[in-house]
Design a protein around this ligand. Structure first.
Ligand code: PMP
Length: 322
């Protein structure tokens, strides 16, 4: 779908995937006016096609657009585009516990000019691809990045814009060099408070069963999986605290046995146990270190069960695509 000031959104089409033409002066290529979403369509247990909380992605996309001074994509337009593509691609939606059709809605500034100002023309596109599990199983290892931060107060951390990910690539590469699967970012001001991972939010489980996750302060992405798990945990009677958790406290709690589980969560990772944190202050192993963590496992099963239509959906999160 194309947008032009004065004309609004026009010309929606579904086409076979092919390169798109952009003027070399298109604003996105110079000033990174770009946002995206990540969501999945699943084959439910009964063979039908379902999506999980697509309205939450539509809302976050609208909020990201606002932060990046881009055209507003009405939530109904976003949802129609995604649903139409899922319908067109329904034969490509794999079945199986960890398989799905990954959808990538994105918007770029397409107006050609050189000068720092918001574009008056945009392209909103959705692409799709079948995917399997993001991690191959077991627990992941996490590198605590001390030299790079992902987002600063007042910046774009809460928006799902490409620039945030560009800024995180060097830290992610450092994590791989250190033999870790993922990077963990600390806050920009004090380099002390745990924020989130490269493409996931993070939770900690204490020995009294309490869950702790960093609060949304504008510097981390408001994950839809995070929000879902907060509700699922409360439904189970667990105490959940959205509060700042310092990396030094995390190391101390792991050493004393107070911190018993940690996990990463997101559309791609679903719920993935964290087995160890490594960084300049050394290495800590969490729980058994092998991912056999009961609270993490229970929340993962609960989430997947609802997504696949195998468990009741009291919050009305699952939407059928007919
Ligand atoms: N944080 C970051 C930086 C991410 O890229 C993602 C993935 N979108 C998440 C958290 C998790 O968000 P969600 O649960 O909505 O996928």
């Amino acid at each position: 779908v194309r947008y032009k000031e004065g004309q609004g959104w026009h010309n929606p089409t579904i086409e076979a995937r092919a390169p798109i033409a952009l003027d070399p002066a298109a604003a996105v290529l110079h000033y990174a006016q770009e946002i995206f979403e990540g969501m999945k369509a699943y084959r439910a247990a009964d063979g039908g096609v379902v999506m999980f909380r697509p309205d939450a992605n539509a809302r976050r996309f609208r909020q990201s657009a606002e932060r990046m001074a881009m055209a507003e994509v009405p939530e109904a337009l976003f949802l129609d585009a995604v649903r139409e593509l899922v319908r067109a691609d329904r034969d490509w939606i794999p079945s199986g516990e960890s398989a799905s059709l990954y959808l990538r809605p994105f918007m770029i500034a397409s107006e050609a000019f050189l000068g720092v100002k918001p574009s008056s023309e945009y392209l909103f596109i959705v692409i799709a691809s079948p995917v399997g599990a993001y991690f191959s199983g077991g627990a992941v290892s996490v590198w605590v990045s001390e030299e790079y931060t992902r987002a600063a107060p007042g910046g774009t951390g809460a928006a799902k814009c490409g620039g945030n990910y560009a800024a995180s690539l060097l830290a992610q590469r450092e994590a791989k060099r250190q033999n870790c699967d993922q990077v963990l970012f600390l806050d920009a001001a004090e380099h002390r408070w745990i924020e989130e991972m490269g493409g996931m939010n993070v939770f900690f489980v204490m020995d009294d069963g309490t869950l702790v996750t960093p609060p949304l302060g504008g510097t981390i992405l408001p994950g839809i999986t995070r929000d879902t798990l907060l509700t699922l945990a409360r439904d189970r009677g667990l105490t959940v605290r959205e509060e700042r958790y310092g990396i030094d406290q995390c190391y101390a709690d792991a050493a004393s046995g107070r911190l018993v589980e940690a996990f990463a969560c997101g559309t791609a990772a679903v719920v993935t146990p964290i087995g160890r944190f490594r960084g300049h202050r050394g290495e800590i192993v969490i729980g058994a270190g092998n991912g056999a963590d009961p609270v993490t496992g229970d929340l993962r099963e609960a989430l997947i069960g609802i997504q696949r239509g195998q468990r009741p959906d009291p919050h009305g999160w699952v939407q059928r695509i007919d």
